[in-house]
Design a protein around this ligand. Structure first.
Ligand code: S3P
Ligand code: PEP
Length: 436
């Protein structure tokens, strides 16, 4: 259980300096899982020391995988091979992490032993049928509590590959099916309504598993082996997002964010902010660990509202809380549509952002799949994080331009994806304090 931690955020100075955000959460989860079932020793550098990814490491350790930590941000995983995991006596706690739970469900569906996956209060409200239904079609047997965790994954089932068209764009569902597909007879093919992040596909290839993939589809067959490989984790674009918005809205700011992962399935916010008038440039674009990375330089610029192109939604699915803040202080109106998935994240992010912004005096209308946000000035007030890290960090950004302090209640979950956020933020000019 996290100790409760409240924040107070107020205008600081213009934001300046270089902000090195932590490693990518999606890549860190996947690197642990694939290294665990590979043959040999894999070294992961740039690993996110967040609660979500540490929970995945702890689960894999419970399943018999030795994982060493030679230094912070580094893991050495002693892979046990595809069939080397051992059943755990206790339930497996995924903490706050939807990614951890959904991917592990796919991985565990093909094992010879039973597993129970549990999560915290937020994760326990998140829908799991999106993974258990297609896994059932593959022959898995998974009990849910009315579609919610805890999940009882029965072992000893013979899985059969399927061709599955995802009803919603979800990299987690796609990845769960591909991981189950490693243990299935025949081919597993996943087709998406819109391309989503392809880290699982790229990493499976890097670990030597034959896989065919293109934007929106992936196909593999069971019965091969994974071979240990080293993984370099880029800095997390989703963590950089808070600083992109913060420097855009605070006059006089200029921030550099080095070596941020720029996988095109993650950078929708960059395009959205540019459409709103933001001044963000990418310098030294290069490849690291098979992923595009670059240094982002963001300077203050007046933002204006936009009708957000729906095609951008999946490429910025975790960045909406930050975008809501940008829209709330932009001139004019921003319209967001096609983002109903936001309602099933760590919180209902449409509802929690709308209610928090209203508390700060913003004019915002909720719609079933988005919001209409009329930009203006924000006042102070007390908002709730709803156990959602991204809501907490977004309102910390709002405090930078509010007329009075913004108090954000219960920010302890920020450590799930962004340990050290408060220190990094204050280091570049935020005035963010623990509130008594
Ligand atoms: O695969 C992943 O690592 C993730 C996929 C997304 O979820 P969905 O698959 O539910 O869209 C995203 O919101 C989450 O933070 C991480
Ligand atoms: C939705 C998120 O993560 P997860 O689904 O892994 O809990 C997120 O980090 O914004």
């Amino acid at each position: 259980m996290n100790a409760r931690l409240d924040w107070s955020s107020r205008p600081g100075r213009p934001l300046h300096g270089s902000v090195r955000v932590p490693g990518d959460k999606s890549v860190s989860h996947r690197a642990l899982m694939l290294a665990a079932i590979a043959e040999g020793e894999s070294r992961i550098r740039g690993f996110l020391e967040g609660e979500d990814t540490r929970a995945t490491a702890a689960v894999l350790a419970q399943l018999g995988v030795r994982i060493d930590t030679p230094s912070a941000g580094e893991r050495v995983v002693h892979g046990v091979g595809l069939h080397g995991l051992r059943g755990a006596a206790q339930s497996l706690d995924c903490g706050n992490a939807g990614t951890g739970m959904r991917l592990l469900t796919g991985l565990l569906a093909g094992q010879s032993f039973d597993s129970i996956l549990v999560g915290d209060a937020s994760l326990s409200k998140r829908p799991m049928r999106r993974v258990t239904d297609p896994l059932d079609l593959m022959g898995a047997r998974i009990d849910t509590h009315d579609g919610l965790p805890p999940l009882h994954v029965h072992g000893g089932q013979l899985l059969q590959g399927i061709r599955y068209e995802l009803p919603v764009a979800s990299a987690q569902v796609k990845s769960a099916l591909l991981l189950a597909g490693l243990y299935a007879a025949g081919e597993t093919e996943v087709i998406e309504p819109h391309p989503t992040r392809d880290y699982t596909e790229r990493m499976l290839a890097a670990f030597g598993w034959p896989i065919a993939f293109a934007p929106g589809r992936a196909k593999l067959e069971g019965g091969h082996a994974l071979h240990a490989t080293d993984v370099e984790v880029p800095a997390d674009f989703s963590s950089a997002a808070f600083f992109l918005v913060a420097a855009s809205i605070v006059p006089g700011s200029e921030l550099r964010l080095p070596a941020v992962g720029l996988n095109p399935r993650r950078t929708g916010l960059l395009q959205a902010l540019r459409l709103m008038g933001a001044d963000i440039t990418v310098e030294q674009e290069r490849e690291a660990g098979g992923e595009p990375v670059g240094d982002l330089v963001v300077r203050h610029a007046p933002l204006h509202g936009v009708e957000l192109p729906e095609a951008l939604v999946p490429d910025m699915i975790d960045e909406f809380p930050a975008l809501f803040i940008a829209a709330a202080v932009a001139s004019g109106t921003t319209v967001i549509r096609g983002a109903a998935e936001l309602r099933v994240k760590e919180s209902d992010r449409i509802a929690t952002m709308a209610s928090g912004l209203r508390t700060l005096g913003a004019a915002i209308e909720e719609t079933p799949d988005g919001a209409i946000i009329h930009g203006g000035r924000l006042g102070g007030g007390t908002v709730e994080s709803h156990l959602d890290h991204r809501i907490a960090m977004s309102f910390a950004v709002a405090g930078l331009v509010a007329t009075d302090p913004v108090r954000v209640n219960d920010c302890s979950h920020v450590a799930t994806s962004f340990p050290g956020f408060l220190e990094l933020a204050n280091g570049c000019g935020f005035a963010l304090r623990g509130a008594g």
